[in-house]
Write a protein that binds this ligand. Sequence first.
Ligand code: HEC
Ligand code: HEC
Length: 283
Amino acid sequence: MNRLLVWILFACVLIGIVAIFIPYLTIPETTYSDSPSTLETIIEGKHYILTQGSQKYEFDLVDPEDAPDPIRTHVILGFNIMNETKTYAPTYAGDAITCTNCHFSAGNTLGGANNGISLVGASTWYPSYSKRDQRVITLQDRIRNCFERSLNGKPPADNALEMIALIAYLDWISHNVKGIKQMPWRGLVPLTSKHTPEKDNGAAYYQKYCSMCHGYEGEGIEENPPLWGENAFNDGAGMNDLDKLSAFIYLNMPYTRAPFLSEEQSLDVAAFIISQPRPTFKK
Ligand code: HEC
Ligand code: HEC
């Protein structure tokens, strides 16, 4: 009898101990979503420390030139396509826009002010469900979307050399962040202001802060891409969405200096740009 009691007691203590540790076993899942991420950069924006709850990741952004021999040719071609889409992917590109115009430094940045839309980690984000397409899409599908909408161009097939090169390039710039579950630099986060956009104010801000580079008619000047008109992104592009365009402008424009438009001004300019004519997305 006594022995039985001892066993029961022992079992209770054991269960108690296990119960105490259960929360610790699940900590990575539960804490990183509610605790904010902090991202520190050291050594010329190449070496990063990302802290999320109790998780700490350290990684470098990689140089396309450092890709090893077996993949190097493809990585470099992908990098060139990102930077000069029309020259290196003439069959699929639109006339005036390159991937880098939105994904600055060929997407090899961690977003934030003036760093454009990051693609570091893109290889780990797909396949995934796309609300716009209402189905699970691959990374190749997502790239085709940007060709057809953002560049108003044509979609390369999975086995096209240009596609293989872009995938190799994105794999290469993603390989150091593979273990990170939630990457805070991904995507354009909508602004929080509840301001109702005024496109007439936006037109005035556009002429004052943007037209010297993008042209009075949004047509683009040399390296500065068009924002509307026949050579611009089409009406099916992510940039034609008020949330995304205003967030992009707020963080990234005017281009050569620290961005200074308020959230409200960014919303006004974005509404003005979206109200202008552009190609229609044909599907
Ligand atoms: C100093 C010149 C300059 C100014 C001023 C400037 N931009 Fe840009 N903008 C650029 C360049 C250059 C790029 C492409 C960046 C790259 O390729 O790395 C760009 C990219 C863009 C893009 C994404 C590409 C595209 O074709 O859609 C948008 C949108 C944009 N700018 C909007 C604006 C708005 C709005 C303003 C004014 C608030 C503005 N820009 C002011 C030079 C400028
Ligand atoms: C006119 C601007 C623009 C151009 C040019 C552009 N993109 Fe994009 N791209 C976007 C926007 C906007 C998103 C969506 C970002 C978001 O979800 O917040 C995006 C998303 C992506 C994604 C998915 C990123 C994610 O978070 O899932 C990939 C991959 C991508 N683009 C590749 C390319 C490639 C390759 C090119 C050149 C062929 C290109 N893009 C040209 C604007 C552009």
